[in-house]
Design a protein around this ligand. Structure first.
Ligand code: NDP
Length: 290
């Protein structure tokens, strides 16, 4: 039985935000430029509104400019594309983020592909996805970037480790697999059609849950001593009618088996906005140098 370390993503993210803030101060002193992040929200999805508010607050706290565009749910795709075209040309905007999900009448992929790749701080544009894949400098999706930062902080070099990523979305699973390859891991990407998923998971030194199914990954799927990163955020209803957030990994069962694990909440979640701020500063630096 091992002592399972709880990976404190909240504390790590707080330190990262402080480092970004101090780099923003130095960048501004050297260039006179304040990095600017434009966030576009279409409609009034309550969860999205909370995310956008938090992003705006933390952007300003890091010394950057937050430019919010809140559009009604009835906004047409053409109107949204016109706004993005304008933001692409605005010099004070270094990063553009379109909050997902978009209303059903808007084609999200069409919208994301019109963002200037140099300002694509979410890293969802095919140019950035492609650059990451071929090993060029890219703006990398925030959640996977946060996962790799936590892993390197825990483990140092990841070279040669067996990594199993459960989930293959364009937002989390696929870019995370690419980042782990870049770190010289041996990477397996599992998904809903994977045969004998528990056995695949048991060979992982690094096990990532990015599925969106509450506590699907059980304790006995975890290799003793493995580092477990739980990306899942699932809202479950308890017997007393109250709600609770749980991850994709059965956290209690993992105790005494995993070497280290991220909790939900307080693990990967806080890293996402911190990495968004880091990406915005990176984008601003590259645009000023260009
Ligand atoms: P998606 O729904 O886009 O992808 C889920 C993936 O899980 C798919 O590849 C799917 O496989 C796979 N999957 C589904 N069921 C199973 C199964 N039974 N066995 C194996 N694989 C399965 O989700 P996202 O990647 O967007 O998000 C995943 C989770 O991470 C969610 O809980 C989400 O809330 C959370 N999340 C957290 C973030 C944060 O911490 N800030 C940011 C983004 C997401 P297939 O492709 O075959 O369908």
């Amino acid at each position: 039985m091992v002592e399972t370390r709880i990976i404190d993503g909240k504390a790590f993210a707080e330190n990262l935000r402080k480092r970004v803030a101090s780099d923003v101060t130095a960048f501004h002193a050297a260039t006179g430029v304040t990095p600017g992040l434009a966030v576009v929200l279409v409609g009034e999805d309550p969860a999205s509104s909370v995310y956008v508010r938090n992003k705006g607050k933390q952007t300003v706290e890091a010394g950057m400019a937050s430019i919010e565009h809140k559009l009604p749910a009835t906004t047409s795709q053409a109107e949204l594309l016109a706004l993005i075209a304008t933001l692409n040309t605005e010099k004070e905007v270094h990063g553009i983020l379109v909050q997902l999900p978009l209303p059903a009448h808007i084609d999200a992929q069409a919208v994301l592909s019109t963002i200037d790749p140099a300002k694509d701080v979410d890293g969802f544009h095919v140019v950035n996805a492609g650059r990451l894949t071929v090993g060029l400098d890219a703006l990398v999706p925030c959640t996977p970037l946060g996962c790799v930062m936590l892993l390197k902080d825990q483990l140092g070099s990841l070279a040669g480790l067996e990594a199993v990523v459960v989930g293959r979305s364009n937002i989390v699973g696929k870019p995370l697999a690419q980042l782990l390859l870049r770190e010289d891991c041996t990477v397996t990407v599992a998904h809903s059609r994977t045969r004998d998923l528990p056995e695949v998971c048991r060979r992982a030194d690094i096990l990532i849950g990015a599925v969106g199914r509450p506590e699907m990954i059980r304790g006995d799927w975890i290799k003793p001593g493995a580092t477990v990163i739980d990306v899942g955020i699932n809202r479950v209803t308890l017997a007393d009618g109250k709600h609770r957030l749980v991850g994709d990994v059965a956290f209690e069962e993992a105790q005494g088996i995993a070497g280290a694990i991220t909790p939900v909440p307080g693990g990967v979640g806080p890293m996402t906005i911190a990495c968004l701020l880091a990406n915005t500063l990176t984008a601003a630096k590259r645009q000023v140098e260009a």
